[in-house]
Design a protein around this ligand. Structure first.
Ligand code: ZN
Length: 427
């Protein structure tokens, strides 16, 4: 589709400060102009009156499961779920099989995504070979093949010396190190947050300190090395405080929060419901409140879903045995609108920033996460007031592990445009 004009939407672009009713004219996959009553002869016309037109949302933390676990998700189905959630770009974590720890695997993902994905897919490479935490992966050649960051997500890098070296390399290649902050000795074999609820249910607890000690260690190493360092799925009050402090000292430190960590607490979990089991676990109400406050204060840079599909068979095992993780691409915007915007905590502009310029800044993306003439025509159109109910059985994801099945939302995506073409439109 060569020409598309989106008329009369409220265009919000946090990068330029634009918040006004405008037309957006896209030609051959790029934004040609943004203005009033644009002359767009021969273009397909979309009426966006009453809707928000934003830069394409970026989810910097997604698990696509391909290669290796295609029964749970593929690049194709994960990308469709992303589009249905309003995301035009996603970053996929390397814990596939094989692990994305070499240029060969990176190239495979890049090629598959070109063929199968309706959104832009940016691979994240492993920090260490096989994410085993011992030897550094082939960071330089993965960067050449297209990775945008390194992470052993799913696992922490337990060895501080290895983490230091990884930061030194990442700095040389100018990419961020993203850590899944968890001290495995402190987590032990925990299944949920350590607190009153875990005691009552007789489940083994994962203390907040398991996250906090790793954040503390990593911040010290970030200061030592000068690396760009990013905390994945921050969930505890102390960790948010520490990141805020590190930022105030001028360190190149950033972090992200998931919708479930600012929406739910451990006490919201129906007993032994595996669709509420993830890492880090749902923490106390105080922690969830601190994460929300971190989004408001700017201590937290991005909203990221940690979309983690698992097959029904895997998730149906007893609570202690089933894997950690929930899907989240299709519910992220609805939850952010409900808990942040409609709850009066955050302006629409600020929420859009957390989905666009925020992650773009963390990743060093130049033309994305903002609306600029000549830039890619990636747009998210949403209705902040549309009422809809999430039916997980109609999810575009291959997996069904969501705690938000049946939830009725106020506000959600209406259309997702990638390179000037519709990747998804509401039915
Ligand atoms: Zn993780």
């Amino acid at each position: 589709m060569p020409k598309l004009v989106i008329r009369n939407g409220r265009v919000i672009d946090p990068a330029s400060g634009l918040d006004a009713v405008r037309d957006v004219f896209c030609v051959n996959g790029y934004i040609a102009s943004i203005g009033e009553k644009l002359y767009a002869t021969g273009a397909e016309e979309i009426d966006a009156s009453g809707l928000i037109v934003a830069p394409g949302f970026i989810d910097m933390h997604v698990h696509l499961r391909e290669p290796g676990f295609e029964h749970a998700e593929t690049i194709e189905t994960g990308a469709r779920a992303a589009a249905a959630g309003g995301f035009t770009s996603i970053c996929c974590m390397p814990n596939t099989s094989p692990v994305n720890d070499s240029a060969t695997v990176t190239s495979y993902i890049v090629d598959r995504a070109k063929r199968d994905a309706v959104v832009n897919v940016f691979p994240i490479g492993a920090i260490t070979k096989n994410s085993a935490g011992e030897e550094l992966a082939a960071i330089g050649s993965m960067k050449q093949a297209g990775i945008v960051a390194i992470s052993d997500d799913g696992k922490p890098v337990m060895n501080a010396r290895v983490m230091r070296r990884a930061m030194e390399y990442a700095r040389a290649f100018n990419i961020p190190v993203i850590d899944h902050c968890e001290d495995l000795h402190l987590s032990s074999d925990g299944d949920m947050h350590e607190g009153g609820v875990s005691v009552r249910l007789g489940l083994r607890g994962i203390p907040s300190s398991s996250e906090d000690v790793m954040v503390a260690r990593d911040l010290l190493l970030a200061e030592l090395t000068g690396a760009r360092y990013h905390v994945a799925h921050i969930s505890s009050e102390r960790s948010v405080e520490m990141v805020k402090f590190a930022k105030s000292k001028g360190l190149a430190v950033t972090c992200e929060a998931t919708p479930h960590h600012f929406t739910l607490a451990d006490s919201d979990m129906p007993p032994y419901d595996s669709n509420f089991k993830m890492k880090p676990p749902l923490r106390s109400g105080c922690d969830a409140g601190a994460v929300t406050q971190g989004l408001v204060s700017g201590a937290i840079d991005a909203i990221a879903t940690d979309h983690a599909p698992h097959s029904g068979a895997d998730k149906m095992q007893e609570f202690e045995k089933c894997p950690f993780g929930i899907i989240g691409l299709e519910t992220a915007l609805g939850l952010a609108l409900e808990r942040l915007v409609h709850a009066g905590r955050l302006s629409l502009n600020k929420m859009v920033e957390l989905f666009t310029t925020g992650p773009a800044r963390v990743l060093g993306f130049q033309g994305r996460g903002r609306l600029v003439s000549g830039g890619p025509a990636d747009l998210t159109i949403f209705d902040p007031d549309r009422t809809w109910t999430y039916d997980v059985n109609r999810s575009h994801s291959k997996s069904r592990n969501s705690p938000f099945d049946g939830h009725t939302f106020r506000g959600g995506p209406v259309a997702t445009i990638v390179n000037g073409e519709f990747a998804w439109r509401v039915q």
